[in-house]
Every structure is written in C-alpha cells, then in structure tokens.
Design a protein around this ligand. Sequence first.
Ligand SMILES: Cc1cc2nc3c(=O)[nH]c(=O)nc-3n(C[C@H](O)[C@H](O)[C@H](O)COP(=O)(O)OP(=O)(O)OC[C@H]3O[C@@H](n4cnc5c(N)ncnc54)[C@H](O)[C@@H]3O)c2cc1C
Length: 394
Amino acid sequence: MERKIFEMEHDMFRDSVRKFVQQEVAPHVDRWHDAGIVDRELFRKAGEHGLCLMWADESYGGHGMSDFRFEQIIIEELVGHGDPGFGLTLHSRLVGPYLGQLGTPEQKERFLPGCVTGEVILGIGMSEPSAGSDVSGIRTRAEDKGDHFLLNGSKTYISNGINGDLFVIAARTVPDNPHGLGLFLVERGMEGFGRGRNLKKLGLKSQDTAELFFDNVKVPKKNVLGDPTKGFYYLMQFLAEERLIVAAGCVAHAEAALQTTIGYVTERRAFDRFVSDFQNTRFKLADMRTRIDVAQTFVDRLVMDHNEGQLSAEVAAEGKLFCSELEGWVTDECLQLHGGAGYMDDYPISRMYANARVSRIYAGSSEIMREIIARGIGLDPRQAAKAVEQRKRA
Ligand SMILES: Cc1cc2nc3c(=O)[nH]c(=O)nc-3n(C[C@H](O)[C@H](O)[C@H](O)COP(=O)(O)OP(=O)(O)OC[C@H]3O[C@@H](n4cnc5c(N)ncnc54)[C@H](O)[C@@H]3O)c2cc1C
C-alpha cells in the first residue's frame, strides 16, 4: 500500500541513508553479530553522515530537524538493509532528547556536540535486577552530599552498555516515595563506575547489552538532569516516543520478513510445485500483507501525531503492542514457510525470528502496554480501590 506521509525531501533522505547503510553497515553485519557489538567507529561515521541527533540545534552541530519521519526512515533502512542491532536511534532519539529537553545550557554545550558527531555514545539505565516493568521498584540510590550525589547500585540489560560513554541513570533520591527518582548523567571513567560483561542474548546479537555498576560514584551536581525528585515523571514523559520507535522498527521488520519469505517460497519446490502455489502459503502471506499495511498506516499516523506533539501514552502503547505482536506472528509464520531452512543461520529469517522476540518485552512488555491501554479506557483497579476507600471514609 502506498504510504502518504513522505515528501520529496524524505525520499531523498531515504536514498542517502540507504547508501550509507549499504556501504557502512551491511558488509560488517556478520562480523558484528559474532563479536556481539558494532565497531564504535560506526557511530562516528553516522555522525559524519549527519545521522546522529538530527533534532539538535545547529549551534551544537545538529540540523534542528525534529520531524520524526527522518528518524523513522533511519529505523526502516537499518532494519531493511543493515542491522537492527545498531543502537543509533537509541542514541539519537531515545536518550538524546533527555539532554535536549531537560539539560541546562551548560550540559547541552558540554555533551551535545560530541553526541552529534558520534564520538560520545549514549545509553539509558532504568532496569535493574529487581526492577524492570516496575520502575517505581528502582533500588539504585543517589544521596545528596552537598556538591555531588553519591550513587550506589546497579543496572542490567543496558543497550549500548559496552560502547556507551554517557548514561542517563535513574536512581532513588527520596527513600520513602516510590516515585522519588532523579536522573543522573554518568560518564565513562567516573571513579566507581564499572560495567559487567557483554550479555549473551537470543537475538539482536550485534547490540551490546550490559550490566552497569555504581560503587560510591560521585556525580557532580552539574550532571543532574532536571529536578532530582522528578525523574519518574520525566521517564514516563519520554516513554511514549520510545514506544513509537519500537513500533516503527517492528513494522519494518515484519515487512522485511514478508519480502524475504516471498522470495523463498517462489523458488522453493515441494510436491512438484512452488511452495507459493499452495493455498495455505498464499493465504498466510495475504493475511500478513493486510495486517502489515494496517499496522504501517497506524504507525504513520502516530508519527504525524507525534510531530504535532499529540502522541498520547495510551496510543503509543497501542502502537507498540500491536506492532510487536504482529512482528512476532509474522516472523514465526515466515520461518514456518521456510521449513528446515528457516531454522538455519544461513537464512535471514532465522535471525529475524530471534531478533523479533525482544520487541514484546523491552520498552515495556505487551502486558504493561495492555495495562496502560486498559487504564486509558477507565479500567484502573488502583483508582477503583481508592474510590471504594473514599466512599467508606465519607
Ligand atoms: C535486549 C534488551 C535490551 C534492553 N535495553 C534496555 C536499556 O537500554 N535500558 C533499560 O533501562 N532497560 C533495558 N532493557 C530492559 C527492559 O526494558 C526490561 O527487560 C523490560 O522492561 C521488562 O522488565 P523485566 O525484564 O524486569 O521483566 P519483569 O518486570 O520481571 O516481567 C516479567 C513478566 O511479568 C510480566 N509483568 C510484569 N508486571 C506486570 C503487570 N503489572 N501485569 C501483568 N504482567 C506483568 C511482564 O510482562 C513479563 O512477562 C532491555 C532488555 C532487553 C532484553
């Protein structure tokens, strides 16, 4: 189905990103897959190509382009022609905006130019061994010591965890308030800041995912992002965009799986016919085509809503839920249509199937998305319990 949201400048941008991805990413995919990490040089190359933090003001070296369609194109091209494990959008659009929107002029001047050139790689640490879905369960703590905060605790499953130079770390600042969190800028080389091994994963092999440790790290006050008691609300505010990023990647991934499968079934023969001649195959692929078109239309609408500052948490959750479930279903069905070949590393669908699995888990699991959506339609047990309590007191 023809997409209606792109103008000529987007098409030209897509051509240039595709060339970059084909030249700088595609030839190295297998090496990075085996190494469990991309060369950090790739971020610098992306920076040279103007692809890092495109939204940043020109005074910091950026393009001042906040139009999400440009980032959507990068996401789609990396999935379709490169490697979805390359954490470029995580750097540019998932973590970068914390600096752009919460940072002081001094913090922006200090950090943004390096992020734009790709020399400073960003990551974000919310999840902990005992707190993933439940952000209010964060135990890493930051104590106010006058001119600095003393940071103690650990984070896990952190993307760009090995390559990363600058991390936005969520830590508890108000001990008895589950929402009393602050966001701290922790830099490579700070005393007491360590990282664990690069974690072995089912998919997204080229994405370095690591644990981070904080042992009496002195974070100077100039590295506090915003109000150190409002971190929880900041995180919630940025999560809608994070979910749109994932949704856009999921549809692109489903599309790539569909295309590679069409290629396979139209060449593979069984019972003296092409696999594509079986009605089962044609109907399955027709179902996929239909649902991917529906999902793409929805995501494109969310992108435009986001550009206008109208993306709500509930609708972003709907997008993430629908598209990640779709991606899971499509990659599974596509693998099935490959038969045994689909289980072999030599066929792209095998990697796609493994890569897709995490989409239903990170950036808020499908269950958490359903919670958010259900609350949005007025089904919130916490509010209902409060109302009962109030009625009892009255
Ligand atoms: C590859 C990868 C990269 C990641 N990158 C980052 C990163 O860069 N930064 C970062 O901070 N985190 C990152 N994460 C962490 C990710 O966001 C968490 O794994 C995710 O939020 C789920 O948390 P959890 O793993 O603790 O699962 P849990 O919260 O323990 O959930 C376990 C199960 O319980 C379900 N569940 C939990 N609460 C509810 C509920 N209220 N109702 C119904 N079901 C519920 C979940 O849906 C899930 O099925 C990454 C994870 C992975 C796998």
